[in-house]
Every structure is written in structure tokens, then in C-alpha cells.
Write a protein that binds this ligand. Structure first.
Ligand code: FAD
Length: 282
């Protein structure tokens, strides 16, 4: 049984690109940049991967036509990673090429640990050819410390997040304090090496730390931005904008919203109450 979209509307900006672009326009007017995410992951057929490429083409054209200040976030399993790396690289190249023609940036989201190695490999290959691509690293993985170093060597643009998938203690920190410690280390290393960093979190402890630390170290404001998910902590985002920080909202849309929606509910029980409230209020 498929849940109707209104269950997800708290976190998902619409089922169509046009609906999401309207949301983006409003965020841009409030001084918030965005990254649009056409929802979809682990496609079941090669045709679905090609269809995703076609949908990105339409999305880029609509973004250009509406002159929004937005990039795009993609998942490699939406572009056929489960059908082999070469298959996925070909599709991802097409998306990056289209984005480049429209002067837009594409960030490759990081998925579950089964895909970490191959995602980094695909990114590294594409980074040699494209300057409009960035990656995500997850602070909960022990390996990320080493991955940060290899991203510094590539002068890569990195979004640092805690990590949204259920991972085993053999590969990932489980305690919030350990994850925060790893998060701070990663951000520090990347910024001190001059890499661009997306500080992707809703966590006040990390946001306050980042504001303080970047100030103390006199880190150039063009090197970093705060990133939050659509539907979460809008007031905090506006407060950061007011205080002169760059802020970007991750705006997911599309009909394949269930896995994304489920991750939001799983990671924070308050999100379940947000959904119930939004169902009752509108
Ligand atoms: C822009 C963006 C992109 C992302 N991309 C990826 C990706 O590619 N791969 C991936 O695995 N994960 C991704 N994530 C998800 C991320 O890994 C975390 O699962 C998610 O952000 C939850 O962690 P958190 O640090 O935001 O806060 P949490 O760990 O959920 O919360 C920590 C504390 O922060 C405060 N807090 C959190 N939310 C709120 C709220 N709504 N209101 C008030 N206080 C709050 C509370 O004090 C809470 O106890 C992304 C997240 C963002 C923001």
C-alpha cells in the first residue's frame, strides 16, 4: 500500500518539479540557497535510471527558466549504480554535463555503507573531468577520517553530515558525542585545508560550535555554508541568514519519497509529531 503524499508534505516539497521550484523561489527570497533533490534510489531497471537522467534534463531547464539560486543533489543508486559502476558513471556524466551547461553544481549524496567505496571511486573519477561536482561524507563512519584526507588532496567540495543509515558498531560510531567529535574534526580539517564545506546539521551544539570556531580561526565565509533539510528548523536557518551566514536548504521532491520520509521519522521521534501536527493543522 502506498501512503498518500500528504503524509510526507512536512519534509517533501511536492511531487513535481514545478511545485518544488515554487518552494525554492520562496526560500531564495528569504536569502536561503537551495539544492533540489529529485527523490529516487536503488532503481529496479536500467530504463528507470535513464528515465531519471531525462527527468534531470527537464529539471535543469525549469530551474534555468525560473532563475532560481539552486544546485542539485543526486544519489548514484538512482542513476543505476546497482547495474555496475560503468553504467552509473555514464548516466552521472550526462547529468553533470547538463548541469555544467546551465552553470549549476551537483552534489553526490552518500548512501548506506555498502556504497561508500564505490561512491567515492565514482566521484574521484568524475572530479577529474568536472569542476561542478561535490560529495558528502558521513561523520559516523570510522573511515571518514581517512576519506577526508583523500578529499583534501583533491580539493573537493564536501558536505559533512552525521549519516542517516543504520550502520553496525564495527564500522560506525553509535554515540552522539563520538559522532559530534568526528563531525567537528572533519569540518576543521577540511576548512583548514581550504576545501569548501557544507555544514549539514540541525544540531545546535554543532551549529554553535561552527559559528564560534570559524570566527576564532578567521575562516573565509565563502568557504562554508550551513545546510538544513526542507521542513526542519526554518527559524534557525533564518536566524543564521540574519547573522550573515550562508544557508542552503535541501529540497526533496518527487513521487518516490517513502525511503527519504522513513529516514526522517527514524532518526528523530519528534519528526513523527511534526507529521501528525501537519496532518491535523492543514
Ligand atoms: C542538507 C543535508 C543533507 C544531508 N545529506 C545526507 C547524505 O547525503 N547522506 C546521509 O547519510 N545523510 C544525509 N543527511 C542526514 C544526516 O546524516 C542526519 O541523519 C540528519 O541531518 C540528522 O542529524 P542532525 O545533525 O541534523 O541532528 P540530529 O542528530 O537528528 O539531532 C541532534 C540534536 O539536534 C537538535 N535538533 C535536531 N533537529 C532539530 C529540530 N528539527 N528542531 C530542534 N532541534 C533539533 C536537537 O537538540 C537534537 O537532539 C543530510 C542532512 C542534511 C541537513
Amino acid at each position: 500500500m502506498k501512503l498518500p503524499y500528504f503524509f510526507a508534505k512536512r519534509f517533501v516539497a511536492g511531487e513535481t518539479a514545478d511545485q518544488a521550484i515554487e518552494v525554492v523561489k520562496k526560500l531564495n527570497q528569504e536569502g536561503i540557497k537551495t539544492t533540489l533533490d529529485l527523490l529516487g534510489e536503488n532503481v529496479q531497471t536500467k530504463e528507470q535510471a535513464d528515465q531519471a537522467v531525462d527527468e534531470y534534463k527537464v529539471l535543469f531547464e525549469k530551474m534555468k527558466a525560473s532563475a532560481v539560486d539552486s544546485g542539485v543533489s543526486i544519489k548514484l543508486t538512482q542513476l543505476g549504480l546497482d547495474f555496475g559502476m560503468d553504467f552509473c558513471v555514464e548516466r552521472t556524466k550526462k547529468v553533470l554535463q547538463m548541469a555544467k551547461e546551465h552553470n549549476m553544481f551537483v552534489r553526490i549524496d552518500m548512501e548506506g555503507s555498502k556504497y561508500t567505496d564505490v561512491t567515492i571511486h565514482v566521484f574521484s573519477k568524475l572530479k577529474e573531468k568536472f569542476d561542478n561536482v561535490g560529495l558528502v561524507l558521513q561523520a559516523y563512519l570510522y573511515r571518514s577520517e581517512k576519506d577526508v584526507q583523500s578529499m583534501i588532496d583533491k580539493k573537493a567540495s564536501i558536505r559533512v553530515c552525521k549519516g542517516a543509515y543504520k550502520e553496525s558498531p564495527s564500522i560506525a560510531h553509535q554515540s552522539m558525542q563520538e559522532i559530534r567529535k568526528s563531525y567537528m574534526n572533519m569540518v576543521q580539517k577540511l576548512l583548514l585545508a581550504g576545501c569548501k564545506v557544507g555544514i549539514a546539521t540541525h544540531d545546535d551544539e554543532l551549529i554553535d560550535w561552527a559559528c564560534q570556531w570559524t570566527k576564532e580561526q578567521n575562516i573565509d565565509g565563502v568557504l562554508y555554508e550551513f545546510q538544513m533539510l526542507y521542513g526542519l528548523r526554518k527559524n534557525k536557518a533564518l536566524e543564521l541568514v540574519k547573522n550573515g551566514y550562508r544557508v542552503r536548504s535541501y529540497v526533496p521532491f518527487g513521487t518516490h519519497w517513502f525511503p527519504y520520509f522513513y529516514r526522517r521519522l527514524r532518526e528523530r521521534k519528534e519528526n513523527i509529531f511534526f507529521v501528525i501536527k501537519s496532518l491535523l493543522v492543514d
